[in-house]
Ligand binder design. Sequence first.
Ligand SMILES: [Zn+2]
Length: 244
Amino acid sequence: MRLRFHGGLDFFLKGASIGSSVERELKEPTSVKDAIESCGVPHPEVDRILANGGPVNFAYVLRENIDIDAYPVGFRETSLPGEPLQRRRITRFVVDGHLGKLARNLRFLGLDTAYDSQLHDPQLLQIMISDARALLTRDRRLLMHRIVSDGYCPRSDNSTEQTFEVLRRFDLSSDLKPFTRCIECNALLETVDKAAVLDELEPLTRIYYHEFRRCTGCGKIFWRGSHYSKLEGFLERVRDELTE
Ligand SMILES: [Zn+2]
């Protein structure tokens, strides 16, 4: 049996593989999902599977040595047969404790993002299921957990690049609402009158800024000049990236 991994999925292959192809001897009937994950590629990363050229889903059972081709989301989508195996347009996430900057970026863009650096794997999975969130983690073993249906492993080490990857993977260019969610606690922001927050502002802020938002969760006050100045530049990059 030969498994070929296209469109960068070879990122996940374990050491012994050559290029993007893995040779395996099939000893007993195995689901194509298990065969793919035995090569190191988590199932949420695979959007199309072809068995001897024909489209199959994860439950398809391999009984003889055939050729398997696996493709990620976004790769030659219109030219491949069959239906996608992964969902797009998911706007709710739970983010692994190692990806704090990514979580803040997603919140800033208005995406509902559960994150707490103290959470352990079982809690991440619990939140993923109970809130119907997609799991973002670089722990590929966790991503392979059988209960994960929607998830993604950011390839880059850089949080800005990771953000672009997530926006592309879940096709979110028309679902962004920047400046609407607290980057600290994920609650929604509400517009407040300057008079209502005047006592909480530094003297220069009182002079130079007139529009304020307050977090409905933690009460933190935001205005564009301070907390958001770096994020404004980030937003420009997001817009450039998504219109390319
Ligand atoms: Zn907050």
